[in-house]
Ligand binder design. Structure first.
Ligand code: AMP
Ligand code: ZN
Length: 137
């Protein structure tokens, strides 16, 4: 999606109102309108990057440090039992808004957020093949 038509560009830069819980020169953090759980929020950079692959390295570092700080604050304030950071890239991975964002998802005992996957299997040969394919020299 182009910057001009990007809803998260508009929200992050204050052109569209949002339930903002944190803002600085680089990011806006606002509550998700279809929350997985109580307090589900999104860390969104003010500059447009479609996804993790495009994201500026310095902002990537800042985003994870901010996530750590806000998760600690949210855990205190909400009394949640656990916490997920979720970040989707590409339609196949469930991304629906094509402006990088990091989900902050507080978790509660017995909540029904259902953030999981079906554990698969892998053979020793496939593990070896993957190590060869993925190892950086
Ligand atoms: P993803 O599927 O990872 O791209 O996540 C997009 C998230 O943005 C979803 O959880 C949506 O509920 C949320 N979302 C979409 N539009 C808005 C909006 N205008 N305000 C707040 N959250 C939104
Ligand atoms: Zn954007």
């Amino acid at each position: 999606m182009e910057r001009d038509n990007c809803i998260f560009c508009k929200i992050a830069n204050g052109e569209i109102p949002s339930s903002t819980i944190y803002e600085d020169e680089d990011f806006r953090v606002f509550l998700d309108l279809s929350p997985a759980t109580r307090g589900h929020a999104l860390i969104v950079p003010k500059r447009h990057f479609a996804d993790l692959f495009e994201l500026d390295d310095e902002l990537a570092q800042k985003a994870i440090v901010l996530a750590k700080r806000l998760a600690g604050h949210m855990k205190q304030a909400l009394g949640c039992a656990g916490f997920n950071l979720v970040q989707n890239n590409g339609e196949a991975a469930g991304q629906t808004v094509f402006h990088f964002h990091l989900h902050l998802i507080p978790r509660y005992e017995m909540d029904e957020a259902g953030i999981t996957w079906n554990p698969g299997t892998v053979s020793p040969e496939e593990l070896q093949e993957l190590v060869s394919l993925l190892s950086e020299s």
